[in-house]
Design a protein around this ligand. Structure first.
Ligand code: SF4
Length: 279
């Protein structure tokens, strides 16, 4: 005898299932509390910024000042894999590092902070990377969808408080992604901004509590684009339309001749960084 499946009666005019506001608020306020272990402190085995570790990082950073990005990535993999990860927004620098990692460390877990506000062209690069390199980049997403988030705040938060929006949709997500890792690579260049000018090649990232490695710190924009051109590395087509630095679509515009590379980010606000690379 077959099993009879009882179908739930259809209810008409039911609103779409939306999580109640209360639990969403609790998730959004999930900034790591002082009692919660972050980054490498939560790893197994943990890595803590002891005097010995900090001395080692300073020594390695100095030694790698004249190294190539590939040599720096090799060091990172030898020292920290499998607890070495990379975050990418699919910018030209990130695509260059992905190209290098495809050869040096294709098993390195790479992730993208998918805020829900990225350009379609940016999201498409995830597929391009997969087909070109066989590397699957993981989207790390905030606890709420854009629709839920905007409903909670009575509209788009990026219009009124972009720091809050970046915190909720990027920083909180990176905290989560970094937990249990020992080190992460970022694709920043020192010549991009005053904040970034102070980046070490290897150093302790106090904000996220793990080692931060910046293999392209000493590279220039020209070096990045030369490699993209020489190696036919895929890149965001918006770059060819004047978008020299690409983040979320509401906070990115094309730049004009003579404007700073990052002038199109949070245009109209004092804000210059999302907070991932500031101490
Ligand atoms: Fe929000 Fe803009 Fe930050 Fe994206 S870049 S998280 S839209 S404020």
């Amino acid at each position: 005898m077959g099993v009879q499946v009882m179908k739930a009666p259809k209810t008409m005019n039911q609103p779409p299932a939306t999580p109640p506001i209360e639990p969403m608020l609790r998730v959004l306020s999930a900034e790591p509390s002082s009692g919660e272990l972050r980054g490498a402190l939560a790893a197994d085995p943990p890595l803590a910024p002891t005097d010995e570790v900090l001395a080692e990082l300073a020594r390695e950073s100095e030694r790698l000042e004249t190294a190539t990005p590939q040599e720096i990535l090799r060091y990172a993999i030898d020292r920290f894999a499998p607890r070495f990860t990379m975050a990418t927004a699919f910018g030209p620098e990130g695509m260059t590092l992905i190209h290098m990692l495809a050869e040096i460390g294709p098993k390195t877990p790479i992730f993208n902070l998918e805020t829900g506000y990225q350009f379609a062209e940016t999201l498409e690069l995830r597929e391009t990377v997969k087909s070109r390199y066989g590397i699957e980049i993981e989207f790390k997403k905030p606890a709420t969808t854009v629709e839920q988030y905007e409903a909670m705040h009575g509209g788009p938060v990026y219009k009124t408080d972009p720091n809050r929006c970046c915190f909720d949709r990027k920083l909180t997500v990176l905290h989560e992604a970094a937990r249990g890792m020992h080190a992460w690579a970022s694709a920043i260049r020192r010549d991009q901004s005053n904040d970034r000018a102070r980046a070490a090649i290897v150093g302790w990232d106090h904000k996220f509590q793990l080692v931060k490695i910046s293999p392209l710190a000493n590279w220039t924009k020209q070096q990045v684009w030369k490699m993209i051109s020489d190696e036919d590395i895929p890149y965001n087509p918006l770059q060819d339309k004047g978008y020299t630095s690409i983040g979320c679509w509401p906070c990115t515009r094309a730049v004009g001749m003579g404007e700073d590379e990052r002038a199109g980010r949070w245009s109209g606000f004092e804000k210059k960084e999302c907070g991932l690379h500031t101490s």
